[in-house]
Design a protein around this ligand. Structure first.
Ligand code: FDA
Length: 344
């Protein structure tokens, strides 16, 4: 007990203020060198974390608990709804994400569908009401078992959401799923308008997909992209990913339908805020989105400036892949953990 208490006290606070984090780019003597190091660090974290002994250690060791709780609202739906209520009370919008991907059987996909439906009911019954929606994954609806399986489950979730006047966002997964995901969403769109999706600026194809979303007038969340992708499909250089983000963001702000600018990159946030002001895009016509536990200072300042800000709140027992992607995005997070190991 004593040992546990001593080590836990030395773990970082669940939400270190952003001012305590150093921007690695700003402090790097050579940004190009830093970029390659960061990419290597990211790949290394994603590859190492895929080994099951590493996963077992992260899941079991209390040393990771603090940093896990920084990104994950809890394992149960009740814990997640509590977090959503707290955020709603502070004036944020929320989207609830049930963690998990790549179901191994149709039964698993049905179980995920039931959870999605339960989430919709719990949200509707909570004080969050219309301020909350859900984000789902088609590989959790059974995409690996077949497009028809995923589409059937997705349609049922949308029908359920309609009864509550709720909206369902389809997260975008690794590049191998992008075309199939977009085809399914396009097929469903004529029957269900309470849905939208996500586009990733690192993919070369995304500017064309942005035009498709504009033609359909479908709500689109723009992100940089979180998966390890080959150079044949995705920009590798951060500058290119950022440049593509800004261009796609401008297109969506100008001609898209209620787009979501989902990034913690303050420079990009400022560029797109200035663009929206210049083009007289009303603050009510788009929203910013950020992940639970990341850049809360920026979330709060945007909210106080009168922007709609939605927080993406993940929960569930299958938090491991999501958690490792968050670590990989910012390898500095690993140092917190390593330091506590060394001190412990
Ligand atoms: P970038 O990685 O350049 O980070 C900019 C700054 O943000 C950093 O300098 C740091 O200050 C801060 N920051 C970013 N990540 C951090 C972290 N983990 N810990 C601490 N600080 C951090 N991806 C995807 O492929 N499919 C999807 O469906 C979604 N959905 C989604 C929803 C929402 C609401 C968000 C915000 C993001 C996603 N993503 C996603 C993830 C996205 O693709 C991307 O990996 C992350 O948002 C990180 O990229 P940034 O845009 O924040 O920029």
């Amino acid at each position: 007990m004593i040992v546990t208490g001593r080590i836990v006290r030395r773990l970082p606070a669940p939400y270190p203020p952003h001012s305590l984090r150093r921007s690695p780019i700003a402090h790097s003597p050579n940004p190009v060198h830093f970029h390659h190091t960061a990419m290597l660090g990211r790949a290394l974290i994603l590859k190492t974390s895929a080994f099951s002994p590493v996963e077992r250690m992260v899941r079991k060791s209390f040393l990771f608990r603090g940093v896990v709780r920084r990104f994950i609202a809890g394992e149960s739906l009740e814990e997640a709804i509590n977090v959503c209520e707290g955020l709603t009370a502070k004036g944020f919008l929320v989207t609830l994400d049930y963690l998990g991907e790549n179901t191994k059987s149709e039964q698993e996909a049905l179980a995920a569908r039931s959870t999605y439906m339960k989430m919709l009911g719990c949200i509707a019954a909570s004080p969050c009401g219309k301020n909350a929606n859900i984000s789902i994954k088609l590989t959790q609806c059974g995409l690996d078992q077949g497009d028809d399986v995923a589409e059937r489950n997705y349609r049922q979730v949308l029908t359920e959401a309609e009864t509550f006047g709720s909206f369902v966002r389809v997260d975008m997964e690794a590049s191998a799923y992008v075309q199939r995901t977009l085809e399914i969403i396009e097929r469903v769109w004529p029957d269900h308008k309470n849905t939208g999706t996500v586009l990733q600026s690192y993919l070369y194809r995304t500017p064309d997909d942005v035009e498709l979303m504009i033609r359909l007038q479908m709500r689109t969340r723009l992100v940089k992209g979180a998966y390890l992708e080959p150079e044949s499909v995705a920009h590798k250089a951060k500058a290119k990913v950022d440049e593509a983000y800004v261009e796609c963001g401008k297109r969506l702000l100008k001609d898209g339908f209620y787009p979501a600018i989902a990034t913690h990159d303050q420079r990009i946030v400022e560029i797109l805020k200035a663009y929206a002001t210049q083009e007289k895009v009303d603050k009510a016509k788009f929203e910013f989105q950020m992940l639970y536990g990341i850049r809360r200072d920026l979330q709060e300042s945007l909210r106080s400036e009168g922007y709609n800000v939605r927080v993406y709140v993940p929960f569930g027992e299958s938090w491991y892949p999501y958690f490792t992607r968050r670590l990989a995005e910012r390898p500095a997070n690993i140092w917190f953990i390593l330091k506590s190991f060394v001190r412990g």
